[in-house]
Design a protein around this ligand. Sequence first.
Ligand SMILES: NC(=O)c1ccc[n+]([C@@H]2O[C@H](COP(=O)([O-])OP(=O)(O)OC[C@H]3O[C@@H](n4cnc5c(N)ncnc54)[C@H](O)[C@@H]3O)[C@@H](O)[C@H]2O)c1
Ligand SMILES: *[C@@H]1O[C@H](CO)[C@@H](O)[C@H](O)[C@H]1NC(C)=O
Ligand SMILES: *[C@@H]1O[C@H](CO)[C@@H](O)[C@H](O)[C@H]1NC(C)=O
Length: 303
Amino acid sequence: MNFLLETLQVLLMSLVYSLEAFVRLFIPPRKKNVSGEIVLLTGAGSGIGRLMALEFARLGAHLVLWDINEDGNKETARMIKETHGARAYTYTCDCSDREEVYRIANQVKREVGDITILINNAGIVTGKKFLESPDSLIEKSMEVNSLSHFWMYKAFLPAMIAANHGHLVSIASSAGLIGVNGLADYCASKFAAVGFAESMALELLAMGCDGVKTTIVCPFFINTGMFDGANTKWPRIMPILEPEYACRKIVDAVRREQVYVYMPRSIYIAIVLKKLSENYTGTCLQCQRLLEIESACISYLTQ
Ligand SMILES: NC(=O)c1ccc[n+]([C@@H]2O[C@H](COP(=O)([O-])OP(=O)(O)OC[C@H]3O[C@@H](n4cnc5c(N)ncnc54)[C@H](O)[C@@H]3O)[C@@H](O)[C@H]2O)c1
Ligand SMILES: *[C@@H]1O[C@H](CO)[C@@H](O)[C@H](O)[C@H]1NC(C)=O
Ligand SMILES: *[C@@H]1O[C@H](CO)[C@@H](O)[C@H](O)[C@H]1NC(C)=O
């Protein structure tokens, strides 16, 4: 009897949550006020990292910018000063180096304060077929794209939990949801990033820490230069995203406390197709080849 009741409860609650999610699709929640929040971005020295920094500065947040590239990072700070008259704190840090992360995190806490919005954005790609990828680059991809997230959480999550206030943002990739020809190590690192952020969100909920939110971002190609030379087979269905568009979508999703952000929306369809085809193990891979979601794509990799 108990078992029956519990099963019914699970089914009912799933239905309620699905309905809630469905309603939210049409009536999105209000965007939260991020003015006065302290936002830390890794990889703030270029691409969407820089754009997100500028957007959060526009919204009145205090910015802490981390990048391994000092010049790029300083340039982002200069742009923030010039357009919004705000001071951004810059730190040169290799976020894949655990000791360095802990050291600079302590410096940030002393000089700026506790971080309330952490955006793990730094990322690299090898851009070679797996067997041709140097071991050192494979290791580095895992370290920058996923392991660094562990150290960043270790450094900044305790203060968020203590205050029951904060937001963890993982800039992963659609390559963290679907395997891609030519991006094996990158996909592995992004799958890890998604799995980690999702599990930590559950761990926080289970602790009753409902004031610390999580947003997991999985975009298709963005025209930032990271994947220069990549093209898309079906530009109408799977367009290459403009950085400004991607940035706006991400910041909006953070302010609405959305957990998953897939873009373009056709990624949702690709995921459903993948799930449907997974059972038919033999044909599944062929289906995925047809989809050629991300590599569709990466013609430059296979040249
Ligand atoms: N561009 C795309 O098509 C695309 C698609 C999906 C996801 N993403 C992800 O979005 C994020 C940002 O990408 P982008 O397109 O803006 O790339 P980008 O190369 O323009 O920016 C990445 C930044 O990270 C910094 N960085 C690299 N290694 C670092 C390290 N060890 N420590 C600190 N900083 C480091 C770089 O110096 C650079 O400023 C990445 O995680 C990337 O994987 C990009
Ligand atoms: C947003 O928050 C800041 C700081 O807490 C406050 O000064 C400001 O008035 C708020 N803005 C709005 C629109 O609520
Ligand atoms: C997978 O597909 C086979 C038929 O191809 C079917 O018999 C089986 O029940 C399916 N398994 C699941 C878990 O859906």
